[in-house]
Ligand binder design. Structure first.
Ligand code: NAP
Ligand code: MG
Length: 404
């Protein structure tokens, strides 16, 4: 079979540790034999980030803006221990944070559903995608302690120096605490558009919730901005696609999510998304089956796995052991990016290859072949835990059949 040709390069961001090892294996076993890969390669491994003073991360994000699609391997976010381990010049910032700031994106996390791995909620037969607003609120807060006898006020000074004041609390009888948070209409608008676009792309309903009954100015602003943008820019498109935008209160939405069968997108404010995405990942089964894509308001896509570099497995690998690490979420990052490239460049064969790569991956797990962690959770009778390379070769065998 002739290899599938690409026209526009895909931005490839390599990473660290076990996922860097798996990255190469996926390319060798599952992609190179079928696709004449055309990528613009950026090495975001910590060694190279340090050599370039982290410029490579900025360059990779700008390349993503230019070409529109990227695929990213998991990367180390350095802490004090990593500074020591890698002899770093500085404690470089999280690459994902840097990329997100440049692309101004929203992160969508979606679980892969597989027979044999049962969600903790038995009615969830379709995936639930979480979209987290990644700007502001308590993540950019200012906090102070207040002593008994003091008074806390909110003050806004306008451009002419005029002050508007509101009492937060008079700490007459006790010490206490105060917190100031903010958000931006522009950022909320970008978030809303990213969610509406993603819903249209996925042809799934969009749910959004806040606490507007209690927070009548702050949370209500989120509700209003979503409603205004929906009415003006998306209502007709949603109706044509046969999907719905639905707003309710955060406590009501939590109850509805639990009772649902899945199959929708759940847009969350920053804190709600932080908490709820961890809950959903666990409830659906495994981090190794959680995909993640960053979508910018102008339609730029960066695909990755939700999990990290799987450090513990890497140290075993360095000792010469064969590890059993789940490559599925990283494979889906590649298939997602290649499919998007195929859609944008009108290469149906590339989209078909991406679909079949995903199908072969799921078939392999449903035939009982998977990594050790997943196998411990699987309810299949004939399950078999294999090392990563065997797992990938089993997927390739099924992919060959689907493509022939
Ligand atoms: P992690 O790499 O996600 O791994 C945590 C544990 O989850 C692993 O030790 C393993 O459990 C299990 N696991 C995760 N992915 C797996 C897979 N594909 N197959 C099998 N098991 C898997 O998180 P971490 O250990 O907290 O972080 C490690 C490094 O990754 C850190 O340096 C962090 O900065 C980075 N990180 C990067 C990203 C990103 O680039 N997006 C995200 C998160 C973390 P067992 O050990 O029990 O087998
Ligand atoms: Mg969290």
């Amino acid at each position: 079979m002739a290899k599938i040709q690409m026209t526009t390069p895909l931005v490839e961001m390599d990473g660290d540790e076990m996922t860097r090892v798996i990255w190469k294996m996926i390319k060798d076993i599952l992609i190179d034999p079928y696709v004449e890969l055309k990528t613009e390669y950026y090495d975001l491994g910590l060694v190279h980030r340090n050599e370039t003073d982290d410029q490579v991360t900025v360059d990779s994000a700008n390349a993503t803006k230019k070409y529109g699609v990227a695929v990213k391997c998991a990367t180390i976010t350095p802490n004090a221990q990593r500074v020591e381990e890698y002899k770093l010049k500085e404690m470089w910032k999280s690459p994902n944070g840097t990329i997100r700031a440049i692309l101004d994106g929203t992160v969508f996390r979606k679980p892969i559903l597989v027979n044999g791995i049962t969600p903790y909620i038995p009615t969830w037969t379709k995936p639930i995608t979480i979209a987290r607003h990644a700007y502001g609120d308590i993540y950019k807060n200012t906090e102070l302690k207040a002593e008994k006898g003091s008074k806390a006020e909110l003050v806004i000074t306008d451009k002419d120096g005029k002050e508007t004041r509101a009492l937060i609390h008079d700490f007459k009888n006790s010490d206490g605490i105060v917190q100031g948070v903010h958000n931006l209409d522009d950022s909320i608008g970008s978030f809303a558009r990213a969610c509406f676009n993603y819903a249209l792309d996925a042809k799934e309903d969009l749910w959004f919730a806040s606490k507007d009954t209690i927070s009548k100015t702050y949370d209500h602003r989120f509700k209003d901005i979503f409603a205004e943008i929906y009415e003006a820019e998306y209502k007709a498109k949603f109706e044509a696609a046969g999907i719905e935008y639905f707003y309710t209160l955060i406590d009501d939405v939590v109850a509805r999510v639990i009772r649902s069968e899945g199959g929708f997108i759940w847009a969350c404010k920053n804190y709600d998304g932080d908490v709820m995405s961890d809950m959903l990942a666990t409830a659906f089964g495994s981090l190794g089956l959680m995909t993640s894509v960053l979508v910018s308001p102008d339609g730029v896509y960066e695909y990755e796995a939700a999990h990290g570099t799987v450090t513990r497995h890497y140290y075993n690998y360095l000792k010469g052991e064969k590890t059993s690490t789940n490559p599925i979420a990283t494979i889906f990052a590649w298939s997602g990016a290649l499919r998007k490239r195929g859609e944008l460049d009108n290469i149906p064969a590339l989209c078909e290859y991406a679909d079949k790569l995903e199908k072969a991956s799921v078939q392999t797990m449903e035939d009982g072949i998977m990594d050790k962690n997943l196998s411990a959770m699987s309810k299949l009778p004939n399950k078999q835990a294999v090392d990563t390379e065997t797992f990938l070769k089993e997927i390739a065998a099924r992919l060959d059949k689907l493509l022939s």
